[in-house]
Design a protein around this ligand. Structure first.
Ligand code: AP5
Length: 185
């Protein structure tokens, strides 16, 4: 199986859920920028204080901050990793391409998790994280469409993208993920 992977998709599509399962199964580093940023907020670090309000509004944190967090971790983990929630816009994707090119560890597969908006919203309202109010969820969806969705074309052009229908149960989607990973890109 490829071991340098990226999960792409709207908020609530199940990126974190599937990334965690897969990384445990295959001993990959699960690198979630959302989790890393929330840990900084919880620790009330300088970085956490800078990003808290931005995250609460459902906006994207600055590229420079996110790149610093990710770059350090990728450099020290050559075995295999799974990116979840990063990159989030073309600038981050291009910076990632450069970083991985320098490390001679190119991305091998991008899994696009696809799900309709109403199911996304209802999953997130059920979860109830602080940024899971209906207003902020709808804003995150708009941010996704405007800034993150262009990455679909970017990775299609690089012939790295595979689509994962994500409306089934967690186990059903996990089977879809394994099936996609078992097939040639
Ligand atoms: P982030 O933490 O990345 O949030 P997100 O993209 O909005 O993604 P979610 O965690 O909401 O959804 P998910 O697809 O991971 O779904 P999950 O598996 O959790 O980002 C949060 C914020 O951080 C951003 O708004 C931004 O401010 C900042 N940020 C993060 N990365 C950044 C970056 N690179 N650049 C700039 N800013 C950045 O599942 C959702 C729920 O559904 C869970 O309750 C789960 O249990 C449930 N569920 C999952 N799968 C299923 C299923 N198959 N059936 C039923 N329920 C399911």
């Amino acid at each position: 199986m490829n071991h340098r992977l990226l999960f792409l998709g709207p908020p609530g599509a199940g990126k974190g859920t599937q990334a965690q399962r897969l990384s445990e199964h295959h001993q990959l580093l699960h690198l979630s920028t959302g989790d890393l940023l929330r840990a900084e907020v919880k620790a009330a670090s300088d970085l956490g204080k800078q990003v808290e309000a931005v995250m609460a509004r459902g906006e994207l944190v600055s590229d420079a901050l996110v790149l610093a967090i990710v770059g350090e971790r990728l450099k020290t983990h050559a075995k295999g990793w799974l990116l979840d929630g990063f990159p989030r816009n073309l600038a981050q994707a291009e910076a990632l391409d450069d970083l991985l090119g320098g490390l001679e560890q190119p991305l091998q597969r991008v899994l696009l998790m696809e799900l309709d908006d109403e199911t996304l919203v209802s999953r997130l309202l059920n979860r109830g994280r602080t940024d899971d109010t209906e207003e902020v969820i709808r804003h995150r969806l708009n941010v996704y469409r405007e800034q993150t969705a262009p990455l679909i074309q970017h990775y299609e052009a690089l012939r790295l993208l595979s689509r994962v229908p994500s409306h089934g149960s967690v186990e059903e989607v996990a089977r879809e993920v394994e099936m996609v990973l078992g097939s040639p890109s």
